[in-house]
Write a protein that binds this ligand. Structure first.
Ligand SMILES: NC(=O)c1ccc[n+]([C@@H]2O[C@H](COP(=O)([O-])OP(=O)(O)OC[C@H]3O[C@@H](n4cnc5c(N)ncnc54)[C@H](OP(=O)(O)O)[C@@H]3O)[C@@H](O)[C@H]2O)c1
Length: 226
């Protein structure tokens, strides 16, 4: 289970998805550190969170310092900058930390559209991340199918299942974070290799958003569970 005293760092928390998660985790009472390549941008994002969630325990730091300050680190940068970001924080990572990949390898990374993904040698963006981290750091895949728009709207519940994949103990800690966001339900997604399926579902969801004219973003639900 997730320890509520553990700090959550969100690298690229200045952007849409990271900011949405920061708002939600702060509202649930968790301590959040927003990371950015530029510390002043992170401080600004933390002020933004505090303006919407006055009780927020939040601070903004450079990505390396944010990584060092947290037990759980969520990567929230576009796929094309994921590997370079992991390399910049590598010296700040330590055994026992969990690094969460929610990156979707959209084909926009190579100048194509957002309704397709690109192939990755390792099988998924999450497995690429896992190939780059120091020994003892667990990589978990989660939150790829959750809409940033819905996360940022604090008046709304986020009606979505989150398939969480990775090694058991780390996976269970990240699954425990999901219900902190009203409407999110965690599902045990098994091994990290299943991230390749979950990541590609986001490209499908983006196409559905366009065809069904849903700019707020669709969610996914698996049926048949208690
Ligand atoms: N948006 C969604 O609805 C959504 C849904 C599911 C999953 N995701 C995933 O979540 C991640 C973040 O998505 P997003 O929409 O929030 O992205 P974004 O707003 O485009 O960018 C997020 C942050 O990435 C950092 N960044 C930008 N260029 C960079 C570079 N060259 N090198 C390193 N960092 C750079 C920036 O932070 P600084 O400039 O402060 O460093 C930026 O604020 C992506 O991997 C995406 O696939 C997004």
């Amino acid at each position: 289970m997730s320890d509520s005293n553990e700090t959550i760092a969100i690298l690229g928390g200045t952007g849409d998805q990271g900011l949405g998660l920061a708002l939600r985790f702060c509202r649930s009472g968790r301590r959040v550190v927003i990371g950015s390549r530029k510390a002043d941008r992170a401080v600004e994002a933390a002020e933004n969170v505090r303006s919407q969630v006055p009780e927020a325990d939040v601070e903004g730091l450079g990505n390396e310092d944010a990584t060092a300050a947290a037990e759980i680190v969520i990567l929230s940068v576009p796929f094309e900058h994921t590997a370079s970001t992991v390399k910049t924080i590598k010296d700040s990572l330590r055994a026992g930390q969990i690094l969460v990949s929610m990156t979707v390898p959209l084909a926009t990374a190579v100048g194509d559209g957002a309704v397709r993904t690109v192939g990755i040698w390792q099988g998924s963006a999450a497995e690429l991340v896992a190939s780059l981290v120091p020994k003892g750091v667990d990589v978990v895949s989660a939150f790829q199918n959750v809409s940033s728009h819905r996360l940022q709207d604090l008046t709304a519940t986020v009606d979505c299942d989150v398939v969480v994949s990775g090694a058991k103990a780390a996976r269970e800690k990240i699954m425990a974070l999901c219900p902190l966001v009203p409407g999110l339900r965690a599902l045990n997604g098994g091994p990290l290799s299943n991230a390749r399926i979950v990541e590609s579902m986001t490209a499908l969801i983006i196409g559905l958003n366009i065809r069904h004219k849903c700019p707020e973003g669709l969610g996914i639900r698996f049926t048949g569970l208690e």
